[in-house]
Design a protein around this ligand. Structure first.
Ligand SMILES: Cc1ncc(COP(=O)(O)O)c(C=O)c1O
Length: 375
């Protein structure tokens, strides 16, 4: 019998993806000039409740482009969570600015807002919160600090499509936001990203810089007054993105359903810790992260992962803190300091299969395997 493998996350292409891609192919519109770019930008930004969407090639460059549009560069500092994916820090470094790390909150795993102010200097330009695993950050507090020190807020919403904070969508909660549409994201284009903003000027800058600083109006003359980038998304990718956006509510429902089932079966097990639920946020549970308390569970995170793998269940360890990334030392980033919560998360956290196409049966199977392993 072939053993069933349950991957951490697979793309769910459940709508008009094929139809739209074939249309793009058949009409020959495969570059970034096709109609699906505008349609995808409009549909996704409208869904988030924001006026402008600027489609790009991935989430990393979406962050970079947003930072460029905010005028971040050499000599500046950007506050980011220490517990995040490396792209958040790299995007800051690409501009010449330095990321400054703030430890995580142990209940939400997001940036600990009570520790932001102590990291602000006269060089700080931007606060860059990340909605980790689809769980919105405490944006009221972050915006309050940003206003007090005259800083801009760039949301890294790569993992938080459709998540809400006090009834407003992630991506609409700061000055500008960046999304990723990598294959494991709730809305995917395979590879892709988008900057969204309500600010006309920032949107215009993003459109300008993303296209090699070709003049936005007038003839396409080869005269470039600024340093630009080619971050243009293709019409083929946008065709997939539009079809995905049409189904976003269904995908989010599935992600939330996955979490409800995991909590139902696992939350009473001593030694398995879920993030705290807050009633004023809608966590979309892009990934179902859990923390393993080795003493209570009788097994470490790594032992559990190895055993689950033998049963065909794939998991992933949590991010390793930015202060532990040698690559950032090469950019001259200050990686000193203590980040005990990030360390705890990195050492003990894992995420369980979380894709939108998992069935209830899959989750029952995963949970019963976990129960078998620990008893
Ligand atoms: C928090 C966060 N920021 C940025 C990115 C970068 O996105 P991409 O992989 O599309 O470049 C990711 C990717 O998974 C992410 O998780």
């Amino acid at each position: 019998m072939i053993k069933k493998i349950i991957p951490v996350c697979e793309p769910f292409l459940g709508g008009s993806e094929k139809k739209y891609v074939l249309d793009a192919l058949e009409t020959g519109w495969i570059s970034s000039s096709g109609k699906y770019i505008k349609e995808f930008e409009n549909a996704f930004s409208k869904y988030c409740g924001v006026r402008h969407g600027i489609a790009v090639t991935n989430g990393t460059v979406a962050l970079h482009l947003a930072l460029v549009s905010l005028g971040v560069g050499n000599g500046d500092e950007v506050i980011i969570p220490n517990f995040t994916m490396i792209a958040t820090a790299f995007a800051v470094c690409y501009t010449g600015a330095k990321p400054v790390f703030v430890d995580a909150d142990k209940d939400t795993w997001n940036i600990d807002v009570s520790k932001i102010e102590e990291k602000i200097t006269e060089r700080t330009k931007v606060i860059l919160p990340v909605h980790i695993y689809g769980n919105p950050c405490d944006m009221d507090e972050i915006n309050k600090i940003a206003n007090k020190y005259n800083l801009k807020v760039l949301e890294d919403a790569a993992e938080a499509h459709g998540a809400e904070y006090k009834g407003k969508k992630c991506g609409a909660l700061g000055n500008i936001a960046a999304f990723s549409f990598y294959a494991n994201k709730i809305v995917t284009t395979g590879e892709g990203g988008m900057v969204i903003t309500n600010n006309d000027e920032l949107a215009e800058k993003c459109r300008y810089y993303k296209n090699l600083c070709f003049p936005l109006i007038g003839e396409r003359i080869y005269k470039h007054d600024d340093i630009g980038f080619n971050y243009r998304m293709s019409n083929l990718h946008a065709a997939i993105g539009l079809a995905q956006t049409e189904k976003i509510e269904k995908y989010i429902e599935r992600r939330i359903r996955n979490n409800k089932l995991y909590r139902k079966f696992l939350s009473d097990i001593p030694g398995i810790i879920f993030p705290k639920q807050r009633n004023y946020v809608k966590n979309v549970y892009w990934m179902n992260g859990i923390i393993i308390d080795k003493d209570k569970l009788g097994m470490s995170r790594d032992e559990l992962m190895i055993k689950l793998k033998k049963d065909g269940i794939e998991t992933r360890p949590f991010f390793i803190g930015m202060n532990k990334q040698k690559s950032l030392l090469k950019y001259g980033v200050d990686c000193d300091g203590e980040f005990p919560v990030s360390d705890w998360l990195a050492d003990n956290g894992l995420y369980l299969p979380s894709g939108s196409n998992l069935t209830e049966e899959d989750i029952n199977f995963i949970c019963s395997k976990i129960k078998d392993l620990i008893t």
